[in-house]
Design a protein around this ligand. Structure first.
Ligand SMILES: NC(=O)c1ccc[n+]([C@@H]2O[C@H](COP(=O)([O-])OP(=O)(O)OC[C@H]3O[C@@H](n4cnc5c(N)ncnc54)[C@H](O)[C@@H]3O)[C@@H](O)[C@H]2O)c1
Length: 355
């Protein structure tokens, strides 16, 4: 049976051809179309697709918010609801999200909640959003200091990936996306092969890596849409990665989500070697790749107790049991691997001595 999620994912020329047809449908049905974007994506990305809206320009309304994670919040959600209401958006309105993961998460949630759900379409514009955030239907906002605290699962009608958007992406954002692409390399059992010549530029190898990551994610999501089993493997690198991210935030250091994931992957590969017999050379190769492409995230021994505390509160744990995703000796990913606090401490000591 056809996977409905992968069937709604389009790349480059196919995306533009399908979008052209989609615009004609909106025109025929006289639907109002709203485009959510931030100041950066309005400047860099909107000009690349604006011409497609000419036919429906009288029924197209832009909603702009300021860029950045700090705007994935209730105030901006409120402002989107207000603008939809003021423009008389009915249940047949369409919300197109043009941006990175902040825009697709926030816009997805606005669409899911407005009048009990209107049609939404994503145009991801960052590497991270193309390979991961725009896919799978997780939407939401940060609340009271907690990331992604309020949200729902809501699937977009279509996801259009146009890799030309990446040409204006700042280097730090490329690195953040690279973290998630590495994750998919391990989950698809190819390791670092899809990223051998990664060079922060749009080329065929990169496009292939994005397509493979996106399709893999959507196949997993189709099997387990609400993360009760298999979908948990998508958290590889994220348990320790999230702890690094929160820790960096508490120290006011900037560490992008995907950069934290890339560092978390090093630590979780170490656990895979210790607990699941993964070959040590996989870990060694990864550490050298990480060194080549990232400014290493450094920790010292005195940080370890705080990090252990953060990890013990991870929402993926079962009660007091620490659960993680590991890679087995045959390269297969496994979820719900129990990790003892002492093993985790040993892993963080190893990590602190790396750089
Ligand atoms: N829903 C999910 O499954 C999922 C998965 C992973 C991450 N996320 C979420 O995604 C968010 C992070 O997404 P992100 O890394 O894309 O960040 P982002 O949306 O904040 O975008 C990063 C920055 O790049 C700018 N930008 C976007 N596209 C650009 C382009 N083409 N050229 C120039 N600048 C551009 C943005 O304006 C912003 O300043 C987080 O909130 C995270 O929680 C969601």
């Amino acid at each position: 049976m056809m996977n409905p999620y992968t069937a709604s994912l389009f790349f480059n020329q196919d995306a533009l051809a399908d979008f052209e047809k989609q615009i004609r449908v909106f025109k025929y049905k006289r639907q109002k179309v709203f485009v959510l974007l931030d100041d950066h994506t309005r400047h860099y990305c909107w000009p690349l697709i604006r011409s497609y809206f000419i036919e429906i320009q009288n029924d197209t309304i832009l909603i702009e918010i300021p860029h950045g994670e700090e705007n994935k919040n209730l105030d901006q959600l409120h402002s989107i609801w207000k603008q939809l209401t003021k423009a008389d958006a009915g249940r047949d309105a369409v919300l197109i999200n043009l941006g990175g993961g902040v825009i697709t998460d926030l816009g997805g949630f606005a669409a899911a909640s407005y009048k009990r759900g209107i049609t939404t379409i994503h145009f991801p514009t960052t590497l991270l959003a193309m390979a991961d955030a725009a896919l799978g239907g997780k939407t939401g906002i940060d609340f009271d200091g907690y990331k992604n605290h309020i949200g729902v699962f809501y699937q977009p009608l279509k996801v259009y990936v146009l890799t030309d958007f990446l040409k204006t992406l700042p280097e730090r954002q490329w690195k953040s996306g690279l973290g998630e692409l590495i994750k998919y390399g391990f989950l698809t059992m190819k390791g670092l092969k899809p990223l051998e010549n990664f060079s922060f530029s749009v080329n065929q190898q990169l496009q292939k890596a994005i397509i493979e990551a996106a399709q893999f994610k959507l196949n997993v999501v189709a099997e387990d849409p609400t993360e009760i089993g298999m979908r948990k493997i998508l958290n590889f690198g994220h348990t320790i990665g999230h702890a690094f991210e929160s820790f960096a935030m508490s120290k006011r250091q900037t560490l992008m989500h995907g950069e934290a994931v890339a560092a978390g992957i090093a630590a979780e590969l170490y656990l895979s070697v210790r607990l699941k017999g993964l070959k040590i050379n996989v870990l060694e190769d990864y550490v050298s790749f990480y060194h080549r492409h990232f400014e290493p995230f450094k920790i010292v021994t005195s940080d370890i107790t705080t990090l252990l505390d953060i990890i013990s509160h991870d929402k993926k744990n079962r009660g007091r049991e620490l659960l993680m995703v590991c890679i087995e000796s045959n390269k297969k990913p496994v979820f719900d691997v129990t990790v003892e606090p002492e093993q985790l401490r040993e892993c963080l000591i190893w990590y602190s001595e790396l750089f």
